[in-house]
Design a protein around this ligand. Structure first.
Ligand code: FRU
Length: 465
């Protein structure tokens, strides 16, 4: 089925109740619905948005097109959580219901300000001739869970500096001031990030500082979803450059999610001082638009879209696409970023088994596997009856993950591995997050066997909710 522009961008209320009911039925027939990851009820989920802590709860939103597994008229769906593991969806939607966001409430972030949660996002405006004007917009969520948009854009695009690609504001505090970074494309088709400052505490008025300086290389033709977080006071920039030349930094996916770590953030000169080289945030198959923020408890937390733009998935035929990753805590060791699921995820562990594994048939593809490689030789695991192969080679220090004919490989000195499987989702963490490989794989319904090429000592937990 191909979707016309008109079908993708027509108003939500032009879809009938019957249409949505039929779509829900179709989704419920999927053999791959996740148990402990976030998916859309129907339609397409993409970027995580507005990840924050406010009013005693964690808040998280995601980009959503409700009516099919395609990118169309987007809104934000709202979730809250007490523990970063169980998320509840409520009725609040940030809808594309003003002229400034008439073709989509695109990605953005959130920051508690003066007792309210301020949402800063991109209004994807389209003129009658379908020309795009990206406005940066604001909205407040209050303690009663009421959402109110600011009437006017807070930053309009300056077309003498950017093209129509200017979006995904991340708002953050630094040294007592509020800043925002926005991804985009300059007039020479370079990927750029612009830094803004909110000087006089009026969220309607922002001052442009400069383009963020963090590399001398060309960052592709466009940058999406930039995030600046501080870990042990060091700035880490996480972003998605599209069209990045692979000689600048190698990657295997259509578009990479990358990061650099730096010594210092000089806000006045918009500079990340002494930046590292660019590195892949995730070496797996499906990870994009990661959103990270500094939580008030001191942790830097991140969550990713386990999906990629311009890609189709096996769930599409059931009328839905996309999932979010587990919530990951970020840390820095020797200048390298580590990402590992939050501690509370352990609460999902059930039925611990210590196995000298050669083959085991499971009832569900929902589990965590842990292998201690200090005591274990090189081995190869076949998960989901071989739909996913993971080869650990200690001698050559390589981990290779194969999904059918596709492969991803990382070089790392292997000490410990934790693998989380949730029906069609896998997240592999090596050495507590020194390397992460995430992705989707869609095994036939009855493929639930785990086997190993040689006896392998594993801990296995069923993960339930
Ligand atoms: C990234 C992205 C963002 C945009 C959003 C629209 O996946 O393209 O740049 O704001 O998705 O859904």
């Amino acid at each position: 089925q191909t979707w016309t522009r008109n079908e993708r961008y027509r108003s939500y209320d032009s879809y009938s109740v019957d249409y949505l009911e039929a779509l829900k039925k179709s989704v419920s027939r999927s053999p791959w619905r996740a148990r402990f990851h976030i998916e859309a009820e129907t339609g397409l989920l993409n970027d995580p948005n507005g990840f924050s802590y406010y009013n005693g709860k964690w808040h998280l939103f995601y980009q959503w097109f409700p009516f099919g597994a395609v990118h169309g008229l987007k809104s934000w769906v709202h979730l809250t959580s007490e523990d970063l593991v169980h998320f509840e969806k409520d009725d609040v939607l940030l809808l594309p219901d003003t002229t400034f966001d008439n073709a989509g409430a695109y990605s953005g972030s959130a920051l508690p300000i003066d007792g309210k949660l301020f949402l800063m996002y991109t209004g994807n405006h389209r003129t009658k001739d379908w020309m795009r004007i990206p406005y940066q917009l604001g909205a407040f969520l209050n303690e009663k869970n009421e959402l109110n948009k600011l009437e006017k854009p807070i930053i309009a695009p300056d077309f003498s500096e950017v093209t129509e690609h200017f979006r995904d504001p991340q708002i953050f505090r630094h040294d007592g001031c509020i800043y925002a970074i926005i991804g985009g494309q300059d007039l020479h088709e370079n990927g750029i990030i612009k830094l803004y400052k909110n000087e006089n505490k009026d969220l309607r008025s922002w001052q442009k500082v400069d383009n963020l300086k963090f590399t001398s290389d060309k960052m592709g033709y466009m940058i999406e979803c930039p995030n600046l977080v501080f870990i042990d006071e060091k700035p880490v920039l996480i972003f998605c450059p599209q069209g990045l030349d692979k000689t600048i930094s190698a990657y295997d996916n259509i578009y990479p999610n990358m990061y650099i770590a730096a010594e210092h953030f000089d806000a006045d000169s918009a500079e990340l001082v002494n930046p590292s080289r660019l590195r892949n945030l995730d070496d797996g198959f499906d990870c994009y638009a990661t959103q990270a923020f500094n939580a008030p408890d001191g942790r830097a937390l991140a969550i990713s879209w386990l999906g990629l733009p311009d890609t189709t998935y096996a769930t599409d035929s059931y009328g839905y696409q996309g999932a979010l990753s587990l919530v990951k805590e970020l840390s820095l060791k020797n200048g390298k970023l580590y990402q590992y699921p939050v501690e509370t995820l352990k609460n999902l562990r059930q039925d611990e088994q210590n196995l000298n594994l050669s083959k085991v048939d499971l009832k569900e593809n929902t589990y965590e596997l842990e292998i201690d490689f200090e005591a274990q030789e090189s081995t190869e695991l076949a998960l989901m009856s071989g739909a996913l192969l993971i080869k650990f080679d200690k001698e050559s220090q390589k981990v290779t993950v194969s999904r059918g004919s596709e492969k991803r490989q990382v070089e790392v000195n292997i000490h410990q591995v934790n693998i989380f499987v949730d029906e069609s989702i896998f997240e592999i963490f090596i050495n507590k997050g020194e390397k992460v490989l995430s992705g989707r794989v869609f095994p036939d319904k009855d493929l639930k066997t785990i086997s190993a090429s040689r006896p392998t000592q594993v801990k296995l937990w069923n993960l339930g909710k």
